[in-house]
Design a protein. Structure first.
Length: 478
C-alpha cells in the first residue's frame, strides 16, 4: 500500500491507501499548456483587441481612466505575474494616447475580501507602480462606502446592480483579470471580476446564495451554470447603466500562476477567446469510466483566502465543498469525503471577525442553507463592517457565501470525515465526523460505500491552482 502525505494544518499527515487508488498530481497526472512570454503576449493582445478599438484609440487627453485589478487572493506574486506585467504596459498605452498619469486611478477589486495592505500591494504589483500611485490614486474598493457606490437598479434576471463609483464615472474602465478554474462559475476573470469585485453584498448575495449554488447546474464547475449567467448579466447591466463597455485584459494562468495566454478587448469576446485555452489547462480527464466511492484531500492551515482556512470550521467545510465541485464528475453520488484538517477552532478573528458568530448561528439551524434567515443580523453587524472598512478584515457577509458552498458537501456526500481534528466538536458542529486517524476514517467509510472502494486522492488540492476532474470519454463540462 503506497504512503501519501496529505496537508494537515502546518504539517503533513502520512496516509496509506490501496494500490488501486488513483492519485492526481501535477507533472504526473497532468501538465499545463506551454508558458508564454507575458510581456510579448500582453503587447500582442493590446495591439489586437477583440471587439473594441485599441487603448490609444479609446483614450484621449483629459480622460479619467480607472484600472481595476484583482486582490491578493489569486494571481501570483512572481515578477512575471499578470498584474505586475500588464498594468505598466496598459499605463504606457494610455500615456501614448495623451492621458496624464494623474488622471489614472488603480482600484483593487476586493469585493467582500479584506482590503490589502501596502506591503501586500508591493508583493504582487511591485514597488515602482505602487509608489507611483499610493495612496491617493491606488485605492481599495469599499462595498460599504455610501459615497463610493452607485445603485443601478436591477437586470433582466432580477439581480441587484451596484458599481464602484470611480469605475462608473471614469471615461474608460479597464479590468485586469485572471482566467483560472473556479468552482464559482467555471472561471475567474471576465465579468466575474466586475460582478464580485466591484459591487456590494446586495448584488453578490443574488448569486452567492443557496438559490443559485444549490441548483443541480452548479455542479460540476462550468461556464454553463446559472451563476455564470448571473455574472454575465450583471456585467452587461453594469456596462449599460454606466454607458460604456469595460476593456478587459485577461490572462489564462497555469498551476503556478504562470501566464499561458493573454486576451484583451470587450469582455464577452475575451471570455469566448480565453476559455478554450483555460479548458485545456483546467479540465483534466482521468483514465476511468466509473466514479470514485471515496475522495481524499487534506487541508493546510493557510491557503488562498488567508491564514486559518484549514482551522476555521466554516472555511474547512467550504474548501471541502469547493473541491467536491471540482471533482464532481468523478465522484459517486452519495460517496464519502475524507479530508484531514487540524480543525482546532482558530477562526483568525483579525481577518474573519464574523465567522465565529456565524458558526454559533449555524448551531441553531437544521439545514445550513437556513443561515440566510440570520442574513440581516450577520451581514450588517456594525463592528464587523467597521473592521472590513478600517482593519483589513473580510466583510461579515462573506461567511454566508462560504456556508452556502460548504453545504454542498453534505448534500452530495453520505459522510465527510475529518481525521485528526484537534477540537472535534467544531467538526461535528459543521456536520462532519471526526476520527483520530486516517485509517479510522477509511475503515468507517466502507460502512457507507462497501468494501474495496474506488479511491481518488488529490494531495495537492490546495497548494496550487486547482483543476477540474472528469472521466475519460464523458465529454467534460456540460
Amino acid at each position: 500500500m503506497p504512503e501519501i502525505l496529505l496537508d494537515y494544518g502546518d504539517e503533513l499527515m502520512p496516509a496509506q491507501v490501496p494500490d488501486s487508488a488513483t492519485i492526481v498530481r501535477y507533472g504526473e497526472t497532468y501538465t499545463d499548456p506551454p508558458e508564454v512570454d507575458p510581456w510579448e503576449a500582453t503587447r500582442v493582445a493590446l495591439e489586437n483587441p477583440l471587439g473594441m478599438p485599441r487603448l490609444h484609440e479609446l483614450a484621449k487627453p483629459g480622460d479619467k481612466v480607472v484600472i481595476a485589478f484583482p486582490d491578493r487572493v489569486k494571481g501570483g506574486e512572481h515578477p512575471r505575474a499578470h498584474r505586475r506585467v500588464s498594468i505598466p504596459m496598459v499605463l504606457e498605452a494610455l500615456q501614448g494616447a495623451g492621458v496624464e498619469s494623474n488622471n489614472v486611478t488603480l482600484v483593487c477589486a476586493v469585493g467582500l475580501h479584506r482590503k490589502n495592505t501596502l506591503e501586500e500591494l508591493y508583493g504582487y504589483l511591485g514597488k515602482e507602480i505602487v509608489d507611483a500611485f499610493w495612496p491617493d490614486r491606488l485605492v481599495m474598493h469599499d462595498a460599504e462606502d455610501p459615497n463610493g457606490i452607485l445603485e443601478l437598479g436591477s437586470d433582466e434576471m432580477g439581480n441587484a446592480i451596484t458599481c464602484n463609483r470611480p469605475v462608473a464615472e471614469a471615461d474608460l474602465a479597464i479590468l485586469i483579470g485572471h482566467v483560472q478554474g473556479n468552482p464559482y462559475g467555471g472561471y475567474s476573470g471576465g465579468y466575474k471580476m466586475a460582478a464580485t469585485g466591484l459591487t456590494t453584498w446586495s448584488s453578490i448575495r443574488c448569486h452567492h446564495c443557496p438559490e443559485t449554488m444549490h441548483r443541480d447546474d452548479f455542479l460540476p464547475a462550468s461556464t454553463h451554470s446559472r451563476m455564470r449567467q448571473q455574472f454575465d448579466s450583471i456585467g452587461r447591466a453594469m456596462e449599460r447603466a454606466i454607458g460604456k463597455r469595460f476593456f478587459a485584459v485577461d490572462a489564462v494562468l497555469g498551476t503556478r500562476a504562470q501566464v499561458l495566454g493573454v486576451y484583451a478587448g470587450a469582455v464577452e469576446e475575451v471570455q469566448k477567446a480565453s476559455w478554450p485555452l483555460a479548458d485545456q489547462r483546467t479540465n483534466v480527464e482521468l483514465d476511468v469510466t466509473e466514479p470514485f466511492d471515496i475522495v481524499v484531500y487534506g487541508l493546510p492551515r493557510t491557503f488562498h483566502y488567508g491564514p486559518g482556512m484549514g482551522t476555521n470550521p466554516i472555511f474547512m467545510l467550504q474548501a471541502i465543498g469547493a473541491q467536491l465541485i471540482r471533482c464532481h464528475d468523478v465522484f459517486r453520488e452519495g460517496g464519502v469525503i475524507i479530508a484531514p484538517a487540524a480543525c482546532d477552532g482558530w477562526f483568525n478573528k483579525s481577518w474573519f471577525p464574523s465567522y465565529e458568530r456565524a458558526y454559533q448561528k449555524l448551531q441553531e439551524t437544521t439545514d445550513f442553507a437556513d443561515i440566510f434567515q440570520f442574513e440581516d443580523e450577520l451581514a450588517s453587524d456594525p463592528d464587523a463592517i467597521y473592521r472590513y472598512r478600517q482593519n483589513y478584515a473580510f466583510h461579515p457577509a462573506h461567511a454566508l457565501s462560504m456556508i452556502s458552498m460548504g453545504a454542498i458537501a453534505h448534500q452530495r456526500a453520505s459522510a465527510v470525515f475529518i481525521p485528526g481534528a484537534r477540537m472535534p466538536g467544531y467538526a461535528r458542529g459543521m456536520g462532519c465526523i471526526p476520527t483520530k486517524t486516517f485509517e479510522d476514517a477509511l475503515a468507517r467509510a466502507e460502512r457507507y460505500v462497501g468494501r474495496n472502494p474506488r479511491i481518488l486522492v488529490v494531495p495537492e488540492a490546495f497548494r496550487q491552482v486547482g483543476v477540474h476532474l472528469y472521466r475519460r470519454g464523458f465529454g467534460g463540462p456540460t
